[in-house]
Unconditional design. Sequence first.
Length: 244
Amino acid sequence: MNELPKNPRVIIVEDMRLELKGTLEIFRLEIPEVTVLGTAQNEQELWSLMEVEVPDMVLLDLGLGGSTTIGVTICAQLTSQYPDLKVLIFTGEVLNEQLWVEVLDAGAIGIVLKSGELLTKNDLLAALSGKKWVFNEPIMEKILERFKSTVAIEKRRQEAIITLDIDEYDERFLRHLALGYTKEQISHLRAMPFGVKSLEKRQNELIGRLFDENERTGVNATRLAVRALELRIIDIDNLEEDEE
């Protein structure tokens, strides 16, 4: 982490007057060493302030004027025009996780949700000092939940692959079945040195491994692919085709 800038300056972008008043009180009472250069309730007011003086950080609400996406556009413009400027998001968009991803991709250094502990001195000073990711407790809980879920899914996948003796050709075959490929199309893939008859035999062997004996009757390629997804042998979020 870098050192805190000398005489750090911030612009606050918030269109809700009551929330803006509360944010200003946090700065006045808890972080008096940070100068608030000005406040903006919309994009036009922000750019007018930026023309007067460029701050060290913009504290940006994602939703302005009823829009939930304008903050992403503003963030991208700020980080593009002012590479050294830090943009910290302070938002009430507590459920729109896709929006969080988009604003981080747009260059924001972190997100503080307007719930739980709200905005703290530690968050602000960490952001001003150059910490890469600044998140408060509510969003950290979300991140942790997703991380634990991802690890659990990957563990189940690895266990299924080992238990059912799935090799790389099985995985590739099942993945392309899930993508809608026919066995003839799969046989033309560079990394699948098998003819259609060999793939039919592989399909029958996989049915024998992935289904109980009383479930095997009438299982076709589509049902086999669905079963592979259910067992996490292939990942529905990472279904990509190989080169033909």
